[in-house]
Design a protein around this ligand. Structure first.
Ligand code: ATP
Ligand code: LTN
Length: 333
């Protein structure tokens, strides 16, 4: 029996992934490569939906790929590639754009949030169509499962809607994917603002824990994380969102259930708890940072690994697009 297929993507929009990317997505990618036929891409086409400097994009795409391998993706088991290397992504996106209603696209909350930053009329049309390109990424590979954080739920619904619409109009073509979202880590919040998600583009430096950051600043940021009134370490999202976020982080990194952590820190105050959270973060990130640095020291080898990924991904994408072109009614060349 063929293994189910998994696909996911991450944007090269910063010089490091952060703890939210790692716990909410990348860690699951590593686990799923054991049981699934796995495709993971660095979505550089998505990155240019906001103004992007070419040298920064090149650097960040390599840093992103290196971190994926460093976090445990095995090039033998996972196909890791750069989205723009597989031309079919933009081709399928165009076809899906033509199946999407203006109102449907306008309902996407991530567009509303991100365009607010630039002013809606200054935001690019690319940013508006961003979720449709994402749908193309997923449908192209006939993915069964898509591991992401909670912020991507709406985009996954759109992907299913578009896949279903195409299937109805042109005949069974696409697998409809299920989101794979782990409740406990679906939204890691900003250390300085526990009501917002930790984010590459909108968290302040003090609110974000970068995977490639040195132990000193990592420890400092955890110790300075906004905590709540009182001094007890309790899981209470409503009244103690800061401490609850740290409990979720500590639990995910150490594999200790939250009630056990609460019992352990009973009567000890925030200080001791935060020190342990900081150590868990440093322990998880240090080996990834060291492996990333090593991979980045040989760019030619990294590019070669990505070229292999692109070849494998292209093979699948080409097969899907042959079928799509024919169903839509394009003449074969
Ligand atoms: P940006 O802020 O630029 O939108 P991002 O930090 O959200 O970037 P992405 O590249 O868009 O990062 O996301 C990669 C993956 O990480 C996605 O699956 C996303 O859902 C997940 N993710 C991002 N932030 C968090 C978070 N705070 N908690 C859990 N998962 C997250
Ligand atoms: N939109 C996602 C990134 C992304 C993605 C994908 C995730 C692009 N293509 C395909 C899963 C599958 C984000 O902003 N985090």
């Amino acid at each position: 029996m063929a293994r189910p297929r998994v696909l996911s993507g991450i944007q090269p929009t910063a010089d490091s992934f952060h703890l939210g990317n790692y716990l909410g997505a990348v860690r699951q990618w590593v686990t799923l490569q054991e049981t699934h036929d796995a495709y993971y891409c660095v979505v550089d086409l998505h990155a240019i939906t906001v103004p992007t400097e070419p040298d920064a994009l090149r650097r960040r795409s390599r840093v992103a790929a290196a971190q994926l391998f460093a976090a445990g993706l095995d090039p033998e088991r996972s196909t890791v590639f750069v989205q723009s290397h597989v031309r079919e992504h933009t081709e399928l996106a165009w076809i899906l754009i033509c199946l999407t209603g203006m109102g449907e696209a306008a309902r996407m909350t991530q567009f509303k949030d991100k365009s607010a930053k630039y002013g809606e009329s200054a935001a690019s049309v690319g940013l508006f169509t961003y979720p449709i390109l994402q749908a193309a990424d997923i449908l192209l590979y006939q993915a069964d499962s898509v591991p992401v954080g909670a912020d991507q739920k709406q985009h996954l619904e759109l992907t299913r809607d578009l896949g279903q619409r195409f299937n109805h109009r042109f005949g069974e073509t696409f697998t409809l994917p299920e989101p794979y979202i782990l409740k406990e880590v679906e939204k890691i919040t900003d250390l300085q603002d526990p009501s917002a998600k930790m984010s590459k583009s909108s968290s302040s430096p003090a609110g974000i824990l970068d995977v490639l950051e040195q132990p000193g600043p990592l420890r400092k940021k955890v110790m300075r994380a906004v905590t709540d009134t009182g001094s007890e370490v309790l899981f209470d999202e409503e009244n103690k969102p800061g401490i609850s976020n740290l409990l979720r982080i500590q639990s995910a990194l150490t594999g200790t259930p939250i009630p056990e952590l609460v019992a352990r820190y009973d009567g000890q105050g925030y200080g001791t708890f935060k020190k342990d959270v900081a150590e868990a973060v440093v322990e998880a990130f240090t080996p990834i940072r060291e492996r990333t640095e090593k991979l980045l020291s040989d760019e030619a080898e990294l590019d070669r690994m990505l070229a292999i990924g692109a070849r494998r991904a292209s093979e699948v994408a080409r097969r899907t697009m042959e079928m799509v072109r024919d169903r839509v009614g394009f003449l074969s060349a």
